[in-house]
Design a binder for this molecule. Structure first.
Ligand SMILES: *[C@@H]1O[C@H](CO)[C@@H](O)[C@H](O)[C@H]1NC(C)=O
Ligand SMILES: *[C@@H]1O[C@H](CO)[C@@H](O)[C@H](O)[C@H]1NC(C)=O
Length: 500
């Protein structure tokens, strides 16, 4: 068939061509506007990503991130390939980097239960917070009773210097607790194994014990929830702190020179010098307490940093993030702030006003009263916990948008999982969280999904047991956001895409 010889067809084709030319070329601005809108719709409502970009990597892909910038430290995931906690022998095998998600989620559940029980207790009865302990003085120190601030341990660490001369220590940082502590020689009862040499106060010229009669010793109750004990021999103040996963530290309450960076040195920093430590700290030397009560790092360094810090948790364990102390002039313009609230009097936790959830550009119909039990943001909780009446609509809407993908069995507390094996690219609906003051924060795709492996990719949110439990914004959802805490200014800010 010589169709081109048909004059009608020729005319028709010309017409079509002309029409095409007219609409798509003459009206270029109209077309490109539509195109932009379509691509914007896709951009803002879905993450279109190669599946491989979501999978765990076995090598550390981070160039050192301005680690020597004043007042700012690298933030490293404990279990990832950038971690320096592993022994060199095991780090050569890629399998040593496989993260045990179910184990992490189990610990996470312990931390959340502990937060809930602490908050419900302090709400019921503020003055019953001080709990009996069975501390019996130095040497013969008994483990404090089963109380205290019972949190599991966070999963990101920083490096700070302690003592004179300074020793570098890996400390987990935790916005949900206050006391900073490290394991100390001679480990009167026991120490777990850590990567760096255990801090030895007898080798530091700037160490001193705190006496039982000092006001700081009595402030320990608010930082640890446990009344301090007193050494009979030297009247040295003895602290104890226990976490929800069973981990604990007990020892001498002391002061020491703390070095954050060469220009940021704190001469009399109060910390716990732990002689008896056990638990899931695995390789790290202790904990940096960034909570809100009087002995926290935030409060002790207020003179220099003005109770301000901001961090960015990396998108994956194979990159590093940062924590910066003090006000930061450069980036603050892009930070959106929401009011900081108190969840209960004297609590370490940072509260904020959670108002709504958006999935793929659609605001979920959730009544404001659903969030009336309050919300905290926590660096140590992994998975965000929502009131059941908010989680249900989120899950349903997410499942609807993901209906083209085959489902997979739940992973621990995560009930919405998919098997994405065989897909090159995937379209993941965006999720945004809204807070008081009209602040809406779009989460990174790593804040939407927890990717255990190709066959197990899960919505990274979970429901609280009870609508009366406090909601918790966990660290999975905070990834790649700068989270700026301005305690004096009573506000918390978010800036997207602040780190990789
Ligand atoms: C750190 O601060 C000191 C003194 O304020 C300054 O001289 C130095 O250049 C700063 N270093 C960096 C990396 O900003
Ligand atoms: C701190 O107190 C402990 C226990 O009483 C004691 O063994 C240690 O020598 C004291 N350290 C200093 C520097 O006073």
């Amino acid at each position: 068939m010589a169709s081109s010889s048909n004059p009608f067809l020729f005319a028709f084709i010309s017409l079509v061509f002309f029409f095409y030319f007219f609409v798509f070329s003459e009206n270029k601005s109209f077309v490109s506007a539509i195109r932009e809108e379509v691509s914007e719709l896709q951009l803002t409502h879905h993450h279109h990503v190669p599946l491989t970009s979501l999978l765990p990597s076995s090598s550390c892909n981070s160039p050192p991130l301005g680690a020597n910038r004043n007042g700012s430290l690298e933030v490293v995931h404990k279990h990832g390939p950038c971690s320096k906690l592993k022994q060199p022998s095991s780090s050569s095998s890629p399998s040593s980097f496989i993260i045990q998600h179910s184990e992490i989620l189990k610990q996470d559940e312990a931390r959340v239960r502990a937060i809930q029980s602490k908050l419900s207790k302090t709400r019921q009865n503020h003055h019953q917070e001080q709990v009996e302990t069975s501390n019996k003085g130095a040497g013969g120190t008994q483990l404090p009773a089963k109380s205290g601030i019972p949190l599991g341990v966070g999963n990101y660490y920083v490096t700070v210097g302690l003592g004179s001369p300074k020793r570098d220590l890996f400390l987990v940082f935790d916005t949900g607790s206050d006391l900073t502590w490290t394991q100390c020689k001679p480990c009167v009862r026991s120490c777990y194994s850590q990567k760096q040499p255990i801090f030895d106060p007898s080798q530091s010229s700037s160490y001193s014990n705190i006496s039982c009669s000092s006001s700081q010793c009595s402030q320990l109750v608010s930082a640890t929830g446990i009344k301090p004990a007193c050494s009979k021999a030297t009247r040295a103040c003895i602290y104890g702190i226990q976490y929800g996963d069973g981990s604990f530290s007990a020892g001498f309450f002391a002061k020491e020179k703390l070095t954050v960076s060469p220009t940021d040195v704190f001469d009399n920093f109060f910390f716990g010098c732990g002689q008896y430590n056990q638990g899931l700290f695995r390789g790290i030397a202790g904990l940096l307490g960034l909570g809100r009560t009087v002995l926290s790092f935030t409060e002790q360094t207020a003179g220099k940093y003005g109770k301000m810090f901001s961090y960015c948790l990396p998108s994956s364990p194979s990159t590093v993030g940062y924590i910066a102390f003090g006000g930061r002039k450069g980036s603050s313009g892009n930070v959106k702030f929401t009011p900081l609230t108190s969840i209960s009097r004297g609590s370490s936790f940072y509260g904020l006003d959670f108002t709504g959830i958006t999935v793929a550009g659609m605001n979920l119909q959730i009544s404001a009263s659903v969030f009336s039990s309050g919300t905290i943001i926590d660096s140590g909780t992994v998975i965000t916990r929502l009131p059941p009446a908010a989680y249900g609509p989120l899950r349903d809407s997410f499942q609807k948008k993901m209906s083209r993908y085959p489902k997979a069995d739940p992973l621990s507390i995560l009930d919405t999982c998919y098997n994405l094996k065989g897909y090159n690219n995937v379209d993941i609906p965006t999720i945004s969280l809204s807070f008081g003051g009209g602040v809406t924060v779009e989460l990174d795709v790593t804040g939407v999904l927890l990717v255990a492996r190709e066959e197990k990719v899960c919505l990274a949110f979970a429901a609280n047991k009870d609508n009366g439990d406090v909601a918790i914004i966990g660290n999975q959802q905070q990834k790649t956001l700068e989270v700026a805490y301005d305690v004096a200014g009573k506000k918390i800010g978010f800036r997207p895409r602040a780190c990789k």
